[in-house]
Design a protein around this ligand. Sequence first.
Ligand code: CP3
Length: 342
Amino acid sequence: MQLKNDLLLRVIKGEEVERTPVWLMRQAGRILPEYRAVRDSVSGFIELAKTPELAAEVTIQPVDILGVDAAIIFSDILVIPEAMGLPYEMVEKRGPWFPNTVRSESDIKKIHIPDVKDSLSYVLEAIKITKKGLNGRVPLIGFAGAPWTIFAYMVEGSGSKTFSKARAMLYQEPVLAHSLLEMITIATVKYLKAQVEAGANLVQLFDSWAGILPPDHYREFSLKYIDTICNAITEVPVTVFAKGAFFARREMGELNCDVVGLDWNMDISESRELVGNRKVFQGNLDPAALYGSEDSIKAATSRMMASFGGARHIANLGHGLYPDLDPGKVKLFIDLVKSYPR
Ligand code: CP3
């Protein structure tokens, strides 16, 4: 189907566009009271994610309410560990928790590469329903966690400031670490391809914990697998967002991906020099800037837009929205990007 608003896809193709497209990481589910209402009708996040009609509804909410130029399917990166045999719980105010973890050879034997069309059918169904509901209004973004970030949760068993158990494994059991990363990579390629088949117009890899690895480990235990995934996904554009991986920007330029996400610590013109001209950039306003006054949001947005210089840019934040941001201020940012003069 021809999309009515295909700004985002045209920017990725390198076309001249009338204005910069904008969407926000974590736009579905974090700030909208309309989301809370749907979520409160079920037992919690996981049930919501596993109910395709409701997942589709909250995916479309930011398109209707905030006016973003893309939808991102409502799900979580942690559905992959679950499909591999490691279920998780979402503990209110604390985040994800895994009753079982992978720390040894025998733990690896207990997990498997999933048949994604079976174990993740709820996500694929949500994508299909969302596509119908969007009716071609904007593109739909599919996503997955990058293998290193998924590995970090599977080994650690929860969120962590240091992920020291996951990082210890890279030093103590590198062979074991690589075999887990390989399994995650195979599962992720299958999962992303299934999302595309179900209707995702582009996909994004979230490497949320990229920034805690030293550069040599990042190359060996993360980039290598991201590279494999980028080479495997040939059907749609791929975005790589590696939070904190300022040290790997040159390598990002060499990946077989279309879009590179920048976090707010990354200087925009320095990033252009390091990454080169072949990639579209996505980002990178500090999410905390949206706590500021309207005037300061206007100034920060203009500064960001001017630094990107209008070309080859998808406007976004430098990481996901924070849950306590005021939806009105979030909408202000979106409107400012949309009306930014060319
Ligand atoms: O972008 C979107 O709006 C689509 C949905 C989406 C969710 N999680 C829904 C969610 C996406 C793209 C994610 C990605 C995700 N999940 C990442 C990568 C992006 C990032 O922020 O770095 C990570 C690291 C996770 C893991 C995760 N899921 C954590 C740490 C938590 C708890 C804290 C939090 O973020 O709220 C979650 C829960 C989660 N995932 C919620 C939502 C809407 C909150 C659940 C609730 O409603 O209580």
